[in-house]
Design a protein around this ligand. Structure first.
Ligand code: CA
Length: 224
């Protein structure tokens, strides 16, 4: 009799464990599904990169676009932590092209470096990314015209007078307007916001997710 009780108890414990295991697996799978479902948003079209600076293989069908603001600390963190990985894995290997679109969320200190960056892109496109990175490196300082010119003076080849005129007289306003239209069209509310083709990744710091989406886009492009 005692043996029977012990056998039924063992069966009961095993059954309980199986049920609990099942519930746990269900919760884990459900959460994983929720995470992947909430981490991207697909639009009908990709933000246009026409007239935007491009890093990497210009002919690549995979476009990676960052909406960023030179005065935004998270954008600097993204530039310092995620972009180097992206560069190593996908940009320098020619798999994708990378673009940057200005977002003006911090008033004058966003406008001035944006005007300057657009000017450098027009006068010396090959120096754009170097200047872009230097602006982020100086983000902690007040981004005044003098400070921006000081940044430019450390890069050989940038025409200082031309740059100064461009900032003072807002000569690259039309480029800033072009960027503002994209910001409003894609309802950008925070920076950095990133797009891989027409897919927005909700967490721009989720490099694992970024890799998955790029690889998916590459596979779909080359399988067609
Ligand atoms: Ca632009």
């Amino acid at each position: 009799m005692e043996k029977d009780i012990s056998t039924s108890s063992t069966i009961l414990i095993i059954l309980t464990l199986i049920i609990l295991g099942g519930i746990t697996a269900f919760i884990i799978l459900k959460n994983e599904k929720d995470v992947s479902a909430s981490s991207t948003k697909t639009y009908e079209e990709s933000p246009s990169t026409v007239g935007q600076p491009i890093m990497g293989n210009e002919k690549s069908p995979i476009s990676f676009l960052e909406f960023g603001d030179y005065k935004c600390p998270a954008c600097k963190r993204w530039e310092d932590t995620i972009l180097p990985k992206l560069k190593k894995d996908f940009i320098d290997t020619g798999k994708i092209k990378f673009s940057f679109v200005n977002v003006i969320f911090h008033g004058k200190e966003s406008t001035l470096p944006s005007l300057a960056a657009e000017s450098v892109y027009i006068q010396t496109p090959n120096l754009f990314w170097k200047f872009h990175k230097s602006l982020y490196d100086e983000q902690n300082k007040e981004l005044t015209i003098e400070q921006i010119l000081e940044v430019s003076s450390k890069i050989n080849g940038i025409k200082r007078d031309e740059l100064e005129q461009a900032i003072i007289y807002h000569k690259t306003d039309s480029e800033i307007e072009k960027d503002k239209k994209l910001v409003s069209k894609f309802k950008i509310r925070q920076t950095p916001t990133i797009f891989i083709n027409n897919i927005q990744i909700e967490d721009p710091f989720d490099y694992k997710q970024i890799k998955i989406i790029i690889q998916k886009e590459l596979k779909e492009t080359y399988e067609q």
